[in-house]
Design a protein around this ligand. Structure first.
Ligand code: IPE
Ligand code: IPE
Ligand code: MG
Length: 238
């Protein structure tokens, strides 16, 4: 086992809770939507950097199942931004980044759903890096949905209740086929998960920083990875 941090393994899957956009705008006396616009630029920058560093899976929390509680004009501004950004995702396609969207897409506009499906379809065979974007995502919603799918299979006589194990439940999550998250980064000073990847983070390491997401730099991302490499993960063992 390598104990020098530079030799320690990279996190295979990194989760990022993109928080602090609103406060970034407020500090500048701007409407919150300007913070989201700036945060979207940080998103692009960190995706590129993750790819350069050789990260295999990265999930960005973009909109939670609870974020619908925000004022309508803010929700609309965020949705508009997604729509615009999805057009720019052709750049990621050119770079052979595989894209996947997790969450309950049925509540999103037709336009968004079509664009998401297109990106997923066109990039499905790429394997340099998998970029996962959580939109209308909630960990509880995801687990509830998995339970419903299993109940349907039981009802249809396809499986027996005794067959329900962790592996089966995991296969019904939106993240089926994606390894558990190793490192979760949350900027903005909040130290909570806010319903992000609650099943997948059972043994994740956390990195919290007070920096607001629009100000989050490549260096901050590297710092989080370095700190991760210094941690000792035991997974219940010794
Ligand atoms: C995160 O930034 C973006 C979304 C939740 C869509 P916030 O909008 O939560 O920013 P703060 O937390 O209010 O500063
Ligand atoms: C979490 O941030 C959701 C996203 C970043 C998309 P929130 O700002 O919604 O979380 P809370 O409300 O502070 O817990
Ligand atoms: Mg927030």
């Amino acid at each position: 086992m390598a104990d020098k941090k530079t030799d320690a393994p990279m996190p295979v899957h990194i989760g990022v809770i993109m928080d602090g956009n609103g406060r970034w705008a407020k500090k500048r006396g701007l409407p919150r939507k300007f913070g989201h616009r700036e945060g979207a630029k940080t998103f692009r920058k960190i995706v590129r950097h993750a790819k350069e560093l050789g990260v295999k899976y990265i999930t960005f929390y973009a909109f939670s199942t609870e974020n619908w509680r925000r004022p309508d004009d803010e929700v609309q501004a965020i949705m508009k931004l997604f729509d615009k950004y999805l057009d720019d995702f052709d750049d990621f396609l050119k770079e052979h980044v595989r894209m996947k969207f997790i969450g309950d897409k049925s509540m999103l506009s037709e336009s968004l759903q079509t664009k998401m499906a297109r990106c997923e379809e066109l990039s499905k065979d790429y394997d340099i890096m998998t970029l996962i974007i959580a939109v209308n995502y909630g960990g509880r919603d995801e687990i509830t949905n998995a339970a419903r799918l299993i109940a349907e299979d039981v009802k249809a006589g396809k499986i027996d209740p005794a067959d329900v194990d962790e592996e089966l439940l995991q296969s019904k999550l939106y993240t089926d086929g994606i390894p558990d998250v190793d490192l979760i980064i949350r900027p903005s000073g909040e130290q909570r998960l806010s319903n992000f990847l609650i099943w997948q983070s059972a043994y994740a390491e956390y990195y919290f920083t007070d920096i607001l997401w629009p100000d989050f730099s490549k260096k901050d991302f590297e710092r989080a990875i370095e700190e991760y490499k210094d941690r000792h993960r035991r997974f219940g063992g010794v």
